[in-house]
Design a protein around this ligand. Structure first.
Ligand code: DX5
Ligand code: ZN
Length: 226
């Protein structure tokens, strides 16, 4: 099973609602919302008020990727705005385990994101507290960057580790993924594929998402209800 999560970072912010409706109509499985604060990453995007407004125009699952410092402080705001999955960066919190519990206690799913240089071992003692693992395949901060090839092995390493522990936690890959490499990313073990520029800069969003979803043809895997 492959799930496509279009990242609105590459959408037209002046026409956000129509772009969101376009990916929903095209069969997207969730909406990836990149929140950046200009501290954790060198870019500023959007916050809870924008998410709250978007909540009124779509039924898509809101997959909120927080690239912010002090995420603890803002979890409630994002939940109230309509987030259903909240992913925090391992590098952004001193008390990761507590942070994941705060997210789950709010009744939403908790994801952890690892920057390209962050070792996989950081998830070792968090497996019971995670609903998703996001492997960054670019350095966070901007859309339209090139996929870092070493991340294929990193995704495989996470998948193998989870298999060894008999844990099923979906792996999300984010950054630099398009029609040219989605199959390889998926075959490495990522089930949820984030794509921003490849979808929103394409001439035909519907066709692009349809082709992306075909990347798992011939595969038969487990899936959960994310
Ligand atoms: C990068 C963001 C990504 C990004 C993906 O910091 O987390 O979600 O928008 O964009 P593309 O698919 O263009 O690399
Ligand atoms: Zn993202």
């Amino acid at each position: 099973m492959i799930k496509i999560a279009p990242s609105i970072l590459s959408a037209d912010f002046a026409n956000l609602s129509s772009d969101v409706i376009a990916v929903e109509d095209a069969g997207a499985d969730m909406l990836h919302i990149d929140v950046m604060d200009g501290h954790f990453v060198p870019n500023i995007t959007l916050g809870a008020p924008v998410i709250k407004s978007l909540r009124k125009v779509t039924d898509l699952v809101f997959d909120v990727h927080l690239m912010i410092d002090n995420p603890e402080q803002y979890i409630k705001d994002f939940v109230l705005a309509g987030a259903q999955i909240i992913t925090v960066h391992a590098e952004a919190s001193k008390h990761l385990h507590r942070l994941l519990q705060i997210i789950r206690n709010e009744g939403v799913k908790a994801g952890i994101a690892l920057n390209p240089a962050t070792p996989v071992s950081i998830i070792e003692h968090l497996l019971d507290d995670l609903d998703m693992i996001l492997i960054m395949s670019v350095n966070p901060g901007f859309g339209g960057q090139k996929f870092i090839p070493a991340m294929y092995d990193k995704i495989s390493a996470v998948k193998e580790y989870l298999n060894k522990k008999s844990k099923y936690i979906p792996i999300q890959a984010d950054g630099g993924i398009g029609l040219d490499n989605i199959r390889k990313v998926h075959n490495s073990g990522a089930e949820i594929i984030v794509a921003g520029s490849a979808i929103f800069n394409s001439k035909n969003i519907k066709e692009t998402i349809k082709l992306m979803k075909k990347a798992d043809e011939g595969k038969n895997e487990n899936s959960n209800n994310l």
